[in-house]
Design a binder for this molecule. Structure first.
Ligand SMILES: [Zn+2]
Length: 251
């Protein structure tokens, strides 16, 4: 359609254009300029021609992308020996950084996965050793759960662990371990573990997600990996930038 219109610009139309320009002399210079530029644009001319025949012109919903809208994907309970690697592949393809809150008890045997997370710029946090409710433990046991996990991660990555996601969202603010940890909670709970349905997870996040949201997922399910990558594609198209969760809590 566009080609057809752009190849022909008959003399009568040029004449008409000249006449129209003469009439628009009474209009402001800016308005006239705009009209002229519009008329010369092949694409606009094509649309104009179609409009005059009464055809319906599909309107492209091209919402202006809002820059700098940040959002964070967080994955708890890993590393998983299979799905975490798949997720890392997808994140790398999309240039996306995410946050992983690891269980100490899942690290053994998956050291390469943990190393890769760090090397590829993801944030690694602590999710306790055995997925415990920290508020039900003595100070000593609670600190051991956290410190053993941080030590294990640091052994592999060489980097200190500063953030913790308390299992069940239960955190004891009074807890005083050797190293103080900063808790990171979430604002959107996908319940991915209960549905294991990629469509539902995508729907939930896309309908709820807003700027600065921290989304809770679990990288132990095929459905979560699929959903996470679809969510990234959809939200990136809307102008979202995926960042590690520390960027959102420190702002
Ligand atoms: Zn968990």
């Amino acid at each position: 359609m566009r080609n057809r219109d752009s190849q022909t610009f008959p003399a009568w139309k040029k004449g008409l254009l000249t006449a129209v320009l003469g009439l628009t002399a009474v209009l402001s210079a800016a308005a006239a300029r705009e009209f002229f530029l519009t008329e010369e644009t092949d694409e606009s001319a094509g649309i104009r021609a179609e409009e005059s025949t009464g055809e319906t012109v599909p309107v492209q919903a091209e919402a202006e992308p809002l820059e700098n809208r940040k959002i964070a994907l967080t994955f708890d309970d890993g590393p998983h020996p299979y799905y975490t690697e798949q997720l890392l592949d997808g994140l790398a393809e999309r240039g996306v950084k995410a946050t992983f809150f690891l269980l100490g008890c899942n690290i053994e045997g998956n050291e390469d996965v943990v190393r890769r997370m760090a090397e590829e710029g993801h944030l690694i946090g602590n999710h306790t050793w055995y997925h415990v409710d920290i508020t039900t433990l003595s100070q000593e046991d609670a600190c051991a759960e956290i410190q053993d996990t941080s030590r294990k991660i640091t052994e592999i990555t060489g980097q200190p662990v500063e953030y913790v996601r308390p299992p069940f969202g239960n955190w004891n603010k009074e807890l005083e371990c050797e190293v103080m940890m900063i808790p990171i909670f979430w604002s959107v709970d996908t319940l991915d573990w209960s549905t294991e349905n990629a469509d539902l997870i995508v729907q939930e996040v896309i309908s709820e997600a807003e700027e600065n949201d921290i989304i809770l997922m679990h990288d132990s399910y095929k459905s979560t990996v699929e959903a996470a990558l679809r969510i990234i594609d959809l939200l990136q198209a809307e102008g979202y930038e995926f960042v590690t969760a520390d960027e959102l809590i420190l702002e």
